[in-house]
Design a binder for this molecule. Structure first.
Ligand code: PLP
Length: 451
């Protein structure tokens, strides 16, 4: 920090303050974790200065032998860990991984003479009419994914994201009575809409998805089946999700982030079989710029960590903790979407406390509990104010907290939510400052045994 302080002290201060915040507050954001020191250090070094467009052994720049080493290692660890035949570890984020996957599928599936010419690098031979046809054909493809309010992600075809502009999109939701995916309804939607790509995966669905059934649905309409396992990759890596719930044997293509339950650096990854491997490897320069060699080095370290036996134990404890938290909340009267959890996250419907998600999120933050607001299915408050609070256990499990501490955490969350009253707008609320302060101290004390 002193080296940074000598150049821009405010950055050094912000880094120090972030460390304090992350040490002292209950970090319950479902998409966050604490990467290991080895992972962090692998990211902060001279690899950051290197350009390496291309793939291992086939670069557009000289001097990439060390980048080749770390990229090959990261891919090897990913293949071994997930049992995939091909891994592409260059995507800079989950969004990038999804874009690479979409373009790989489009390039593979869309019957377009112009596209084929572009693929075999005869780009200069394309006429204006070819380009026009290419844009029209690519712009008319269909995607079916989980709806945002049921827990899907923006990149699964929603308007604010490029995926919603690239594709003609429809969604499947969850059953209003149970909150669960209704596979018959997904099959019906697939039959009606005939998507090119069927997407499974979520950011806020607290249950397992049966990928065998989803693949059968995709096959029945000739769709490519893609799974975005960004949130639960750690549970797949740790063999908590196996059989029908492991996406890798069932999907044509799997994308993920590396920084959530997988506990690596911020980044993305694509896994696939040999049929799509060549298209996926064209991610740079099709969708991505130069890879981030320092992040690929950190991916190699984190993936090596995830291959150790203790990671399986970690993954199981993530789920045990989420279930203990769900149970503790339910016992105290909280209303949970689907009534509980099978994975790393719990979605509280805070309308049961008379609050919006925005009010609840801020009241919890004032009390040293960091969560995020999230829409619930058929949310009357929309995506900005919402009616939900999403909480996840990967980060606190990394620190070593167990089921007993989850019950105490449930008590703190319930205390704050039940003592908060709504204010005059959907963002305003009233919470006694002394109570917020007391809960903050309790949260910080809860963490002292878990440095
Ligand atoms: N896919 C899913 C399911 C996600 O939950 C997220 C992020 O929250 C992403 C993709 C995007 O990841 P990133 O923020 O790294 O682009």
């Amino acid at each position: 920090l002193e080296v940074i302080r000598a150049v821009e002290p405010r950055v050094a201060d912000a880094i120090g303050a972030e460390l304090t915040d992350q040490r002292e507050s209950l970090k319950l954001i479902a998409s966050e974790n604490y990467a290991s020191p080895a992972t962090l250090l692998a990211m902060g070094n001279w690899f950051s200065d290197k350009y390496a467009e291309g793939t291992v052994g086939r670069r557009f720049y000289a001097g990439c032998q060390n980048v080749d080493t770390v990229e090959a290692l990261a891919a090897e660890h990913a293949r071994e860990l997930f049992g995939a035949s091909h891994a592409y570890v260059q995507p800079h984020s989950g969004i990038d991984a999804n874009l690479v996957a979409f373009w790989a599928v489009l390039a593979d599936r869309v019957e377009s003479p112009a596209l084929k010419k572009a693929q075999v690098r005869q780009v200069n031979d394309l006429t204006e009419a070819d380009w026009f046809a290419l844009r029209r054909e690519l712009g008319n493809q269909r995607m079916l994914g989980m709806s945002l309010d049921a827990g899907g992600h923006l990149t699964h075809g929603f308007r604010p994201n490029i995926s919603g502009k690239m594709f003609d999109q429809r969604s499947y939701g969850t059953d209003p009575a149970t909150g669960l995916i209704d596979y018959d309804k997904v099959a019906e939607a697939a039959r009606e809409f005939k998507p090119l790509i069927l997407v499974a995966g979520y950011s806020a669905y607290p249950r397992k998805v049966n990928f065998r059934i989803m693949r059968e649905i995709a096959d029945s309409v000739g769709a490519t089946f893609m799974v975005d396992m960004a949130h639960f990759a750690g549970l797949v890596a740790g063999k908590v999700f196996t059989g029908d719930f492991d996406p890798v044997p069932h999907a044509h293509i799997v994308t993920t982030t590396t920084h959530k339950s997988l506990r690596g650096p911020r980044g993305g990854m694509v896994l696939c079989g040999p049929e799509l491997a060549d298209q996926v490897d064209r991610g740079c320069p099709m969708v991505l710029g130069g890879p981030l060699p320092h992040v690929m080095a950190a991916k190699a370290v984190a993936l090596a960590e995830a291959r150790r036996p203790d990671f399986a134990d970690y993954a199981q404890r993530i789920v045990d903790n989420a279930q203990a938290l769900a149970e503790g909340l339910t016992r105290r009267g909280a209303k949970l979407v689907t009534g509980g959890t099978d994975n790393h996250l719990v979605l509280i419907d805070v309308s049961g406390y008379g609050l919006t998600g925005r009010q609840a999120e801020q009241a919890l933050l004032d009390s040293g509990i960091v969560t995020n607001r999230n829409a619930v299915p058929q949310d009357p408050n929309g995506a900005w104010y919402t009616s939900g609070i999403r909480i996840g256990t990967p980060a606190l499990t990394t620190r070593g907290l167990g089921t007993a501490q989850m019950d105490e955490t449930a008590e703190l969350i319930h205390t704050v939510l039940s003592q908060t009253t709504p204010g005059e707008s959907k963002a305003k609320y009233v919470l006694d400052a002394a109570l917020a302060d007391k809960v903050s101290k309790q949260a910080s004390e809860l963490l002292t045994g878990f440095p």
